[in-house]
Write a protein that binds this ligand. Structure first.
Ligand code: ADP
Ligand code: MG
Length: 622
């Protein structure tokens, strides 16, 4: 007898399951996609113990009759694909006919289903790929699939599962993705006994985003109005300049309503945002791309996570174009088309003898010394933060070529003639504005070329401080001053752990702290630009903000950018009365920034009310 034999169906399914079913979230994905394909108007996902103990997906879709229910768990059985031509233009989420048999081969599986007008439903039970029972059932129309004890018969795979919390968070992310992709469908997610969210069906994408991501985020998003280029359509919502995230968890992209990842799309987004985001940050996007299904291959990856485009360049260019147009048209800024301002524009140093630079703030602090802060000590904190990126940067600036323009150049080469040319002029200069006065101790009124321009003094100052701080971190570290009497504070254990894990990042930003027994923290030094008299209030505010942001991010370790942003927010004093030269200086420093149009939190620093808007308001023009 030869050595080669055919695998039994059950074993073949288990092998296939290795690709399709990686973890509970992949089961949820397959089941929810099936429900969408079945045209469900309501989908409910329930999980226990992160989906390891139980996943149940309930829909009100078309359901199946008994024959189909039995077929659905056979390998390569699908209602979505018949001919080779169909494969060339997939219009459904599923098509491989693999998910149900694969899932059923590695779990305790129960399917109950009933067609809308049928008198009877069907229940199919399968354990580890073996049919256990088929019977009539009396469920309401639709389909319910219940997966218990995932991987109970494949210990090797079970071992690869992470903690229940981690598995759960992947499940939640998956349901969120599907919910954004299909606002017209009601979605509910229940974890254990708790309803995590319940989203009514809506025709309005923003409404759905609001339901999932909260009002605060939704209200800041910019709408990407229908954009088309080379047959690629783009629409959706994206974050304004400056709204960046340390990872891609909120960079959601859908291709023909299917959540996807593709290098060309990442590239397009990065290029579209260009300097509107800090280096290493990822945008927040809810972006929908539509292409002719025959122009994309979704059958590259068993879990259909990746896609291959016949013409990737046109997709990339459409993404770039849509993002750029949105960023440019939606934000009112003093000079249009400035978002891609070239960094070659003279960028003078912030370090000067005038007020408001880090040095001068420190000097002021020294003058108004309190007992608490008697002597200023310069720590030169070396940073290993820089790494390769940074040395490339330094080299570039030594050559007199700023980083941004290098990117711009190379991208222009890559896009060739085809890409939409975006003005890369040098930025506005203080001469473009005449300062008229300050409104409400906060808004600096200026006469600009096109009308009235307003600068939010506080936001502008935050931006200036932030960029200077980042630069200092790259160079010799942010100067700190030692407290005469170190401040101690006791924190809740969770906050203490979070701070404790980020001491190094804080130190690079000039906050030097160490554990002091129990959950007590000792603060030895603060950044020298800090001039408030209440260091403890400052530290509490910083910790509070870090706590809130770390709760949103999965990782406990916080990015340097995030910490810098937070520190700046609390270091800048509101309602400081600035005099003429100080205002000039602030405006100049702001316009010298790499990203002058928003504060580190993404709020605008400058807005414009153009002459034509004024004319309309005064009824001179309609
Ligand atoms: P595919 O989705 O690739 O066709 P699956 O194994 O996921 O393969 O599903 C097999 C078939 O079972 C589907 O083609 C569909 O006809 C049927 N089916 C699966 N889930 C549902 C559901 N929730 N409602 C109605 N029919 C379903
Ligand atoms: Mg399927």
């Amino acid at each position: 007898m030869g050595k080669i034999h055919l695998l039994s169906d059950a074993l073949a399914s288990q092998v296939a399951a290795g690709e399709v079913v990686e973890r509970p979230a992949s089961v949820v994905k397959e089941l929810v996609e099936n429900s969408i394909d079945a045209e469900a108007k309501s989908i409910e996902v329930r999980v226990q113990r992160g989906g390891i103990a139980l996943i149940r997906v309930l829909d009100d879709g078309c359901g199946m009759n008994r024959d189909d229910a039995l077929m659905s768990v056979e390998r390569h059985a699908t209602s979505k694909l018949r001919t080779k031509e169909d494969l060339g233009a997939i219009g459904t989420l599923g098509f491989r006919g693999e998910a149900l048999p694969s899932i059923a081969s590695v779990s305790k599986f129960r399917l109950t289903t009933r067609e809308t007008k049928a008198l009877q439903g069907t229940e199919v039970t399968i354990n580890g790929g073996k049919m256990a029972a088929v019977k009539d059932s009396g469920e309401p129309p639709g389909t319910q699939i219940e997966i218990r004890s995932l991987f109970y018969n494949v210990p090797a795979r079970r071992k690869f599962l992470r903690t229940e919390n981690t598995e759960y968070s992947h499940v939640e992310q998956q349901v969120r993705l599907q919910a954004i992709a299909h606002p017209e469908c009601r979605f509910a997610l229940v974890r254990g006994e708790r309803t995590v969210f319940q989203l009514p069906a809506t025709k309005n994408l923003l409404e759905r985003i609001r339901g999932l991501a909260g009002n605060a985020l939704a209200s800041e998003l910019l709408e990407v109005h229908a954009y088309e280029r080379n047959g690629v359509k783009v629409h959706g919502y994206i974050g304004p300049p400056g709204m960046g995230r340390p990872n891609r968890a909120q960079q959601l992209v859908f291709l023909n309503d299917r959540p996807v990842e593709a290098a060309v799309i990442h590239y397009g987004l990065r290029e579209g945002y260009h300097t509107a985001l800090m280096k290493g940050q990822h945008p927040v996007t809810f972006l929908f791309i539509e292409v002719d299904p025959s122009k994309v291959d979704v059958n590259v990856h068993p879990a259909k996570k990746e896609v291959r485009f016949h013409d990737g360049n046109s997709v990339r260019d459409a993404v770039i174009g849509a993002v750029q147009r949105t960023l440019q048209s939606e934000l009112r800024r003093p000079v249009s088309g400035e978002i891609l301002r070239s960094a070659t524009a003279a960028r003078s140093s912030f370090i000067s003898d005038q007020a408001q630079s880090i040095d001068s703030l420190a000097a002021e602090a020294q003058e108004s010394q309190t007992e608490l802060i008697p002597k200023r000590e310069q720590h030169s904190l070396r940073t290993d933060w820089a790494e390769n990126d940074q040395s490339a940067n330094q080299q570039a600036s030594q050559e007199g070529v700023a980083d941004n323009s290098r990117v711009a150049e190379s991208s222009e080469n890559k896009f060739g003639e085809d890409a939409e040319k975006v003005e890369r002029t040098s930025g506005p200069v203080p001469e473009d504005f005449r300062i008229l006065g300050v409104l409400g101790k906060l808004y600096v009124l200026m006469e600009g070329k096109d009308g009235l321009a307003l600068m939010d003094q506080h936001a502008a100052h935050e931006r200036v401080l932030f960029e200077e701080m980042k630069r200092r971190m790259e160079e010799d570290g942010v100067p700190t001053q030692r407290l005469l009497i170190p401040a101690t504070l006791e924190l809740p254990p969770k906050d203490f752990d979070m701070v404790n894990q980020n001491l190094e990042v804080l130190a690079r930003l000039g906050i030097i702290a160490e554990p002091f027994g129990g959950n007590t923290l000792k603060i030895d030094s603060l950044p020298s630009f800090f001039k408030n008299d209440e260091p403890l209030d400052f530290i509490y505010a910083v910790i509070e903000e870090l706590r809130v942001s770390s709760a949103k991010m999965s990782s406990l370790r916080l990015g340097e950018d995030l910490v810098a942003t937070t520190v700046c927010r609390h270091a800048v004093k509101a309602n400081d009365k600035l005099q003429g030269p100080e205002l000039d200086k602030l405006l100049k420093d702001l316009l010298d920034c790499e990203m002058p149009y928003c504060c580190p939190h993404g709020r605008p620093t400058l807005i414009q009310i153009s002459y034509s808007e004024l004319e309309k308001k005064f009824g001179r023009k309609v």
